[in-house]
Design a protein around this ligand. Structure first.
Ligand code: PLP
Length: 367
């Protein structure tokens, strides 16, 4: 047999793409760093877990039911979302995490030679999917840690299909207010699809923060992402969704592979949507955690960026990868930010007070 020639088979944009290497399972990490405890402050997970109603659904799932395919289009969950937002069920697509709906949108609108635009320091999956699919990702530098609307408008051309705005932005926590969002949408004037990723929507309490799902009627080119991974504590079950204008969503739906969202995730998400108490509890510890960290970091003289969402960034006087390793040895897992193009910064998930105290203690030790 002839040798396999990957060189000939693999497109150049896949060849040159560096695969993302996820972190190892907790048990492996504990062994590697010789630690008995591990506080996960790297992925913006909710330490409260899913709301009680969703936990009950997970507990009660009947094992034989695992043999049955899930609803292929998350039928009941979309009905519930439609009711909640006063829209049509077909205006929603549920995916295997918001990550999957990112791929749906790019596949639906981009062809050879097209580009997408986003920020240079934001959630990286928009850029990754674009590049390994063979399209161009135009990254506009943030201004004052915020998405730069003028900068984005200046990069738009005839080949621009999708603009991704992360609001609030992960990792900086900055957001465009209602006025700025509407002004931007007016100026785009339906020429591109504008995706607003609201993965942290439920954490934001500010009056002037736009609920973009309510703007879809007025701006048919607007597509909004939400997820059950962050506030609703269902990251391990992988479920998120997009909402948009009916024609737009019907187009995006063509690129979906059905059955990617499992039954337990659909049912747990359905139950989670009703639990407002869980949101209030989560917001409370996030508020307290931020206040505590702000005080401590000022005392320690460490520059930091605290905005919306359940995370914050800290600038360290040492290399962030080194800090990661040292903190791991003390049982604290944070996100090193060199990969987000923020060398020497770390991102820390806000957790409950005792864990935040442990984090500050560990930080003092390693500096
Ligand atoms: C976590 C996150 C997502 C992805 O969420 P999943 O639903 O778990 O795939 C999307 N966007 C942003 C900004 C995030 O932080």
């Amino acid at each position: 047999m002839r040798p396999l020639s990957l060189d000939r088979l693999v497109p150049s944009y896949v060849k040159s793409f560096e695969a993302y290497i996820p972190s190892k399972p907790d048990e492996e990490l504990k062994r590697l760093y010789r630690t008995h405890i591990l506080h996960r402050l790297n992925n913006n997970e909710n330490p409260l877990g899913p709301p009680p109603s969703a936990q009950e659904i997970i507990r009660k799932f009947s094992p034989p039911h695992a043999a049955i395919y899930p609803s292929g289009d998350s039928y009941y969950l979309r009905q519930k979302l439609a009711e909640k937002f006063n829209m049509h069920p077909d205006q929603f697509i549920v995916g295997n995490g918001a990550n999957e709906v990112i791929t749906f949108v790019i596949k639906a609108f981009c062809e050879k030679g097209d580009n997408i635009i986003t920020g240079d320091k934001t959630f990286a999956v928009y850029e990754w999917v674009t590049i390994f699919s063979g399209f161009e990702a135009r990254l506009v530098p943030l201004m004052d840690y915020t998405f730069d609307d003028e900068g984005i408008l200046a990069r738009v051309d005839k080949k621009t299909k999708v603009i991704f705005i992360c609001n609030p932005n992960n990792p900086t926590g900055t957001y465009w207010d209602k006025e700025r969002m509407k002004r931007f949408l007016e100026r785009i004037d339906n020429r591109q699809i504008v995706v607003v990723d609201e993965a942290y929507f439920e954490f934001v309490e500010r009056e002037d923060y736009p609920d973009c799902i309510s703007l879809i009627d007025k701006y048919p080119n607007l597509v909004v992402f939400r997820t059950f991974s962050k506030m609703y504590g269902l990251a391990g079950l992988r479920i998120g969704y997009l909402a948009g204008n009916l024609d737009v969503v019907n187009t995006i739906r063509k690129t979906c592979v059905v059955y990617s969202v499992n039954t337990i995730a659909q049912k747990a998400a359905y139950a989670a949507l009703d639990d407002h108490e869980h949101i209030l509890k989560t917001r409370k510890y996030v508020r307290e955690g931020k206040e505590f960290l702000r005080r401590e970091l000022i005392r320690m003289g460490l520059p930091h960026v605290i905005g919306e969402g359940n995370y914050m960034m800290i600038k360290l006087p040492i290399n962030d990868t080194l800090a990661y390793r040292k903190l791991m040895a003390l049982g604290i897992m944070i996100r090193a930010m060199t990969g987000f193009r923020y060398p020497n910064y770390i991102r820390v998930t806000i957790s409950e007070l005792p864990v935040m105290e442990a984090f500050v203690e560990a930080l003092k030790k390693i500096l």
